[in-house]
Design a protein around this ligand. Sequence first.
Ligand code: G3P
Length: 217
Amino acid sequence: MKLFVDTGNLKEIEQLTALGIVDGVTTNPSLMAREGGDPRVILKEICGIVKGPVSAEVVATDAEGMIREGREWAALDPHIVVKVPFTRAGVQACKTLASEKINVNVTLIFSAPQAWLAAKVGAAYVSPFVGRLDDIGQTGMSLIQEIVDLFTNGGYATKVLVASVRNPIHVIEAGRMGADVVTCPPAVIDQLFKHPLTDIGLEKFLKDWEKAQAAKA
Ligand code: G3P
């Protein structure tokens, strides 16, 4: 399973990429708005750092506008994946962009039928939002299993990109279910690193080492 970072923040992307764990980046209009500045400049820089798929979302709501914006995003860098919302216009735009060999990530997926329709029109990725389903009392991860099964049985090449990830349990369940990608905010990636026994263990190793050195001196 690939790990993408869900942020538009260059510093966070640089730091995590330096660790060697980042395969790609996802952004959305909310994340880009948080950064300020020119999104084209920021996304171009992100592509230079990550050298993997970088999702850039359209803000038009009609198919024609989405196709125009999608072509503009795709022309920015070969790593760009055009993100379109799952609407009728988004499905139509995905079909056209995919036919032009532009990779499309269909986002705001909250049901298996939506994922299936996106796969039918050639989406490179679908982004089901697990955390937002949990927020309304549904089990977000059940949707991931449904979509993985649907795509496996139907032979669809569309990748399942698990989004709206809130904790390490989402991440590990996604991997066990056979999802292709999980996109995590940096705070969740921090949690993936943490275990108190690692910290306690390291502290003890170093203390024992120091004691032995002091005894030798
Ligand atoms: O990028 C889309 C998705 O990951 C958003 O997550 O936390 O705003 O539900 P969240």
